[in-house]
Write a protein that binds this ligand. Structure first.
Ligand code: COA
Ligand code: MG
Length: 283
């Protein structure tokens, strides 16, 4: 995997045909901004959006990473987006509607000789669900994988994504879990999908915390107000960090031990791995 710094907690989407929103996103606390050329930009506005991207101010020392979501492979818009990327100073590329590892490898080849990191959105078509384990070893440019329910439900012809009780239906929960496991298997960052109701902060916090406890290390955002709660949910708490330090210290003190007791609780290898993960995520 290409090294592109610590896991980005918040990935804020912004339609690239709005200069005002792009400037606002760049001034936010997001770890990464995704300038969107795909679904949030109408076909008639795509050329304008590419022009606006070319006019963005140069990067300073700080500020969010800059990523661009291009249009799906096989479209005319995709080809125009690739031409734009030849001259654009960005940290990485987001590929929507990826169906398998070969799609990522094809994009990496099209971007060569530049080796830009790629974040693939991997659950947006019916076929994509059968490719979720193909990202393993597909290409060293793959840096992150995220999932989405909106496009998948449209592709499947669903009239609703929800069960009668209001919970996300099994198909989408399965896609989400497969994205998580597929990303971990490919040793790239697992990123949770969008929480669309951007006025519902308690709902966002609950969903982001649940995602963090399941193993996701970041989440997509669609509104600047979502950035703070997402960053908080994916930052290990002081207690988690202190506990992780104790676990690591206990194993360092007894390098030949397979299992130890920390504060009266058993810890073994999985706990050590988890503790190291927590420490890697502290900034
Ligand atoms: N990035 C940067 N700024 C944003 C923003 C975003 N994603 N979403 C909203 N803003 C700005 C608005 O322009 C507004 O700025 P202002 O106060 O200077 O006028 C401010 O934040 C408050 O916005 P608000 O009025 O709450 O929302 P809205 O009705 O203007 O916009 C959306 C709602 C959903 C259209 C907008 O949030 C959006 O475009 N989100 C991104 C959608 C996207 O990229 N989707 C693709 C991935 S699923
Ligand atoms: Mg979409």
């Amino acid at each position: 995997m290409i090294d592109c710094g610590p896991a980005r907690r918040s990935w804020l989407f912004v339609p690239a045909d709005s200069n005002k929103k792009m400037m606002k996103a760049l001034a936010s606390e997001a770890d990464a901004v995704i300038f969107d050329l795909e679904d949030s930009v109408a076909l008639s506005q795509k050329a304008t959006a590419r022009e606006l991207l070319g006019l963005l101010p140069d990067r300073g020392e700080s500020g969010p990473q800059r990523w661009v979501r291009i249009n799906p492979i096989g479209t005319d818009a995709h080809r125009h987006d690739l031409e734009l990327l030849e001259e654009l100073d960005v940290d990485g590329v987001v590929l929507p509607k990826a169906e398998c590892g070969d799609d990522v490898a094809d994009l990496a080849a099209a971007l060569a000789p530049r080796s830009l990191p790629i974040h693939a959105i991997v659950t947006e078509t019916a076929k994509s669900l059968f490719g979720l384990l193909s990202y393993n070893d597909c290409c060293s440019s793959l840096a992150a994988m995220s999932w989405g329910a909106e496009d998948l439900s449209a592709a499947l012809g669903a009239s609703s994504k929800y069960e009668a009780g209001g919970e996300l239906a099994f198909t989408y929960r399965m896609a989400r879990s497969m994205c998580l496991a597929g990303a971990v298997a490919a040793e790239v960052q697992p990123v949770d999908g969008v929480f669309a109701d951007f006025r519902d902060e308690p709902g966002l916090v609950a969903e982001a915390r649940a995602a963090a406890s399941e193993g996701f290390t970041g989440k997509l955002a669609i509104h600047p107000d979502q950035v703070g709660p997402i960053n908080a949910a994916f930052t290990p708490s002081a207690e988690e960090v202190a506990h992780a330090q104790e676990v690591v210290a206990a194993f360092e003190a007894e390098p030949d031990a397979g299992v130890l007791s920390v504060h009266g609780k058993m810890v073994d290898r999985p706990h050590l791995i988890q503790a190291r993960r927590v420490l890697a995520r502290t900034r």
